[in-house]
Design a protein around this ligand. Structure first.
Ligand code: AMP
Length: 285
């Protein structure tokens, strides 16, 4: 039987019981509208833990764009059927009142993740990572899992959560899972639901441009040239409005411009119709 728990204190007590019974706990935090990318995280979590909890909560504190929050897909019944079929042991799906009794506005605790949050997503989504930090800290305190699973698709988010856990001594091990893609290369995302048929057909361009850029970086071309070419190729397609293409160090997340001498990632963000899409590929040198 899969438990659906909505109240944080009840969720905490329930998970504590499982721990007392000797079970290891894995958590997969999500905002719902689940797809195969989420399923992959849940499957990995199940393999590595005795008891898998999936949280489904659209966190208002991490949305810098009210319209994006208001129109975020809500497929709760379908999500529940999916996680049940995957063999999840419990779902934590709190109300906004339970998570933010005093609201998630400007009086909420703010995190400053320093350099890690100043570029890429941090530049285009002010306040986003602070809101992510708050909700993840809450989830880790409520569930207190041994391991928590995050996707590489949100690479900067993963690094920020690692820092959160290091700097605040959370005992949870943070695990990164590779990005799940559609057959044509498009990174799976709940926001893909917003694409029209024509936009959906164009969407894999991001992956093909990134793949080409990885080859160029590996062949020794300068990062500044490679990222400019990739940006221009996306901008050439009139349906896309690229925000950034950046090559960053995987170690420090600093922007790189020369020939690569360390492991890096190439990251992209672009608007396509009503969706803002992000993707990245790792470049091992
Ligand atoms: P979200 O519901 O979009 O907040 O995502 C919940 C978790 O699933 C995050 O850790 C994401 O990075 C991860 N995730 C989302 N899409 C994918 C994907 N295509 N492949 C792997 N992980 C993903």
């Amino acid at each position: 039987m899969m438990e659906i728990v909505r109240i944080p204190t009840k969720a905490h007590a329930f998970i504590q019981e499982q721990k007392k019974a000797g079970k290891t706990i894995g958590l997969v935090p999500t905002m719902g509208a689940l797809h195969q990318g989420h399923a992959y995280l849940i499957e990995k979590c199940k393999r590595e833990n005795d008891f898998t909890v999936c949280s489904i909560y659209v966190n208002p504190a991490q949305f810098n764009n009210q319209k994006d929050f208001d129109t975020y897909p809500d497929l709760f019944e379908q999500d529940i059927a999916m996680v049940k079929a995957l063999g999840c042991n419990a779902v934590f799906a709190p109300s906004h009142q339970a998570m933010y009794p005093e609201g998630a506005g400007e009086n909420l605790l703010q995190f400053n993740f320093g350099k890690l949050a100043s570029e890429l997503e941090g530049r285009y989504r002010p306040g986003h990572f602070s809101g992510v930090g708050v909700v993840v800290a809450k989830l880790l305190n409520i569930i207190a899992p041994h391991k928590a699973y995050f996707g590489q698709k949100d690479l900067q988010q993963y690094l920020i959560i690692k820092k959160l856990c290091r700097d605040l001594s959370f005992q949870t091990e943070i695990v990164m899972c590779p990005t799940k893609r559609e057959e044509d290369g498009l990174a799976m995302s709940s926001r893909n639901l917003r694409l029209t048929k024509t936009e959906r057909e164009k969407a894999p361009l991001l992956y093909s441009v990134l793949s080409e850029a990885v080859l160029e970086l590996k062949s020794g071309k300068k990062a500044s040239q490679v990222k400019q070419k990739a940006f221009d190729e996306i901008a050439k397609e009139p349906m896309f409005k690229p925000e950034y293409v950046e090559v960053v160090s995987l170690e420090s997340f600093e922007i790189l411009s020369g020939q690569l001498t360390e492991n890096a990632a190439i990251c992209v963000s672009a608007h396509l119709g009503n969706a803002r899409l992000i993707d990245n590929l790792l470049v091992q040198v």
